[in-house]
Design a protein around this ligand. Structure first.
Ligand SMILES: Nc1ncnc2c1ncn2[C@@H]1O[C@H](COP(=O)(O)OP(=O)(O)OP(=O)(O)O)[C@@H](O)[C@H]1O
Ligand SMILES: [Mg+2]
Length: 322
């Protein structure tokens, strides 16, 4: 294909990608943001499926996603300080571009940075993406915006990049993006970001998952990983000693606590939010915390919230391209 537009949201928990097949059919893709070492012995009989999860950065091979969780002897990414400068971050970007089958003449990539790093790291990220993207295209266009703004554009624009709702353009809108490690808050007034009403909090779904894992250990004598705890929360049970154990009450209690903490932090910035026309709750965490969040009467969880930023990036990309 000659022209491609890809929206990529690299989160601490999951990398989300939105692109199209050229006929306007928009496809969302995602994988766990985990990068691990690739040992040669890994490719034994029966493990051939990992081939798609291998990326090469500076002549070194890495496993990305669930494959890394299963097979790597060492996981690279913790939440290091220079996250976007790390090899792990490059590997995630590379894997995202491979998955999206990005080969094209003109490639437009839109992505985001957490509100707290946006100013300091924007230029640096643009350069890193250009370096990786040049393996896939002749001409590449890269745009980086504050992460939660993706969800705002998702509501503002149609899939082809035209404006869907004029009213949103003249409103004051609050966006709360609840992620795996962090929650980002951003306010847009008549299409401009309100500097004093932006923030990042170190509360995300993993905060709850760690406590839930400990509660499960105290109750059922088995300590699950954060990832296993996440799966159990979704299922409502965990298997210990071959038997399914109900964890719904544990999850309810800990997710309620997290929802209360996030609510309190949001209220330190927006107060009672009387001057805001609507509040959008986004990020995968908004879907998970929906039953426990009671933030404002004019706050709503955006549809398909985990993909809302990536979807907005894609739509913005279509707007730039046309
Ligand atoms: N539809 C859903 N229902 C319930 N939980 C969900 C849903 N979608 C995602 N989640 C959960 O939401 C959490 C956060 O996901 P998300 O992809 O927004 O995090 P992230 O963007 O990687 O993190 P961060 O923004 O901190 O970098 C995950 O733990 C995930 O399991
Ligand atoms: Mg996120």
């Amino acid at each position: 294909m000659t022209n491609r537009v890809i929206g990529i949201d690299v989160g601490y928990g999951y990398t989300k990608i939105v692109t199209d097949n050229g006929n306007g059919m928009v496809t969302p893709l995602s994988f766990r943001s985990i990068v691990g070492t690739y040992e040669d012995g890994i490719q034994v009989e029966g493990l051939k499926s990992v081939a798609k999860e291998i990326v090469t950065i500076s002549n070194q091979r890495f496993l990305v996603g669930d494959g890394a969780l299963k097979h790597s002897s060492r996981i690279l990414n913790g939440r290091e300080k220079d996250w976007i400068g790390s090899v792990a971050y490059r590997a995630l970007l590379m894997h995202a571009l491979q998955l999206a089958e990005s080969n094209s003449v003109n490639l437009t990539i839109i992505t985001g940075l957490p509100v707290s790093y946006y100013r300091s790291d924007r230029e640096k990220l643009i350069n890193i993406i250009r370096e990786i993207a040049c393996n896939f295209c002749i001409d590449c266009n890269v745009k980086v915006i504050p992460q939660p703004l993706g969800s705002f554009f998702n509501l503002l624009l149609n899939s082809n990049g035209t404006v869907a709702t004029q009213t949103l353009a003249s409103e004051k809108v609050g966006v709360l993006d609840i992620g795996f490690y962090t929650t980002d808050l951003l306010t847009v007034s008549e299409l401009e970001a309100v500097e004093k009403q932006m923030d990042s909090f170190e509360n995300g779904i993993s905060t709850s998952l760690e406590v839930i894992a400990k509660d499960i250990e105290d109750t059922y004598a088995m300590r699950p990983s954060v990832y296993k705890a996440e799966q159990s929360v979704r299922q409502g049970y965990i298997k210990a000693f071959g038997v399914e154990k109900d964890i719904r009450l544990i999850a309810q209690q800990r997710l309620t606590e997290l929802a209360q903490e996030i609510t309190a932090k949001a209220k330190t910035i927006w107060k009672n939010a009387a001057d805001i026309d609507r509040v959008i709750l986004t990020g995968g965490g908004a879907a998970l915390l929906k039953p426990y969040l009671n933030l404002y009467q004019h706050a709503t969880v955006i549809e398909d919230s985990q993909f809302a930023n990536a979807m907005g990036y894609y739509k913005l990309g279509r707007r730039y391209q046309s």
